[in-house]
Design a protein around this ligand. Sequence first.
Ligand code: AMP
Length: 438
Amino acid sequence: MTFETLGLSPALLRALADTGYTTPTPIQAQSIPAGLEGRDILGAAQTGTGKTAAFGLPLLQRLARETPPRGPRKPRALVLVPTRELAVQVADSLKEYGRHLRLNVTMIFGGVGMQPQIDNLRRGVDILVACPGRLLDHLDSGHAKLDAIELLVLDEADRMLDMGFLPSIKRVLARVPKQRQTMLFSATFEPRIRALAMELLDRPVEVQVAAQNTIAETIVHRVHPVDSARKRDLLVDILAARHGDRVLVFGRTKHGCNRLAEQLGQAGLPSVAIHGNKSQAQRQKALDAFKAGRARILVATDVAARGLDIPDLPLVINHDLPMVAEDYVHRIGRTGRNGAQGEAVSLVAPEEGGLLRDIQRMLKADITMETVTGFEPSQPLRMDAKPVQGRGGRGGGQKPGGQRKAGNRGHGKPAPRGAATHAGPKQHRGGGRRRRSA
Ligand code: AMP
């Protein structure tokens, strides 16, 4: 399955290649053809499944069929989202996927001044990504007009209902033309979502992806607490102990991955790296070398987490935990496929404890901790701390001031268990081995 076979336009295919997507996710494979046909869609998919592109690509392609008139224009697509963070994320994704189209994406959310948003609305908008409350303010003051909307998306509808937005949504929708295409995405098809769908959608195509956030039983995964400064040495130890095995190593940033690959090379462990800054051809070449066994170690950002099917991959190592909890499942899901046994280890520094906490909340389980002798961290993991990410390895990266899709978007449910307990020192099986010099 490729994006080409889904019927996407060359401009979108080019943008997807730029972004580093090679294979549609299941929700994309199901939604894109129906969306392109103009069908209404009812989708059950959580963040992390690729749902933004599932509705975003058909939306962009349908809008781009007509050349927008010059000068100020009214929005033709409206994406309603529950939070400012999601607005930023969705708008960023739409801009990224639509980079070769001339469509304007504008955000509307509360907690910031009205005037810049009014100015943006005046300048003309093709796609409006908005939180319902603030959008209503702009509608009431006459600055926003929704009478030209052709496409409507409700993203994370269940969360919008949780947050009490139903009356606002209804008021907004009263201003949107009845003749339109509507796509509604929610984590589940619970009764209140079905009821909303009945009201808003016309003979929708239902798309659903299997429950995410579960780890195959064939995968044994654990955490090694270690100081940041010692991660590389521990990684070298583990890799050296697993000579002969193919290993996928995840880093957080493009720059970090490059540096890591370089350092591994200096330690006598040659590797190839793939991330968003490499061209599609370079990435393919690295991947081919890894798959064919010419390179034993692949260092990658999350761009590589999805869609990769690497046969015979016994070990995944997270040199850094992902910023987005759901990505943990995608990353370690590269091993233990098709019934094979797999192993995943994560090197977690004290200041990354908060990322581990998010992952454990999402999994509703603690991950076994093993301190490796000789690599004991100088302090316990700080379960309330997260690293600050500058430019990330996943397209947009972490936005300052906005938490990007952390795993604790668990619809407000408290963690079933508290912070992880330290399992105490244990001997890692590679722990006592000689470390190669750097
Ligand atoms: P979403 O569920 O839309 O928030 O997407 C989750 C993450 O998956 C985002 O970081 C996307 O950039 C990424 N993503 C979406 N579709 C694909 C794909 N087909 N291949 C690789 N990554 C993807």
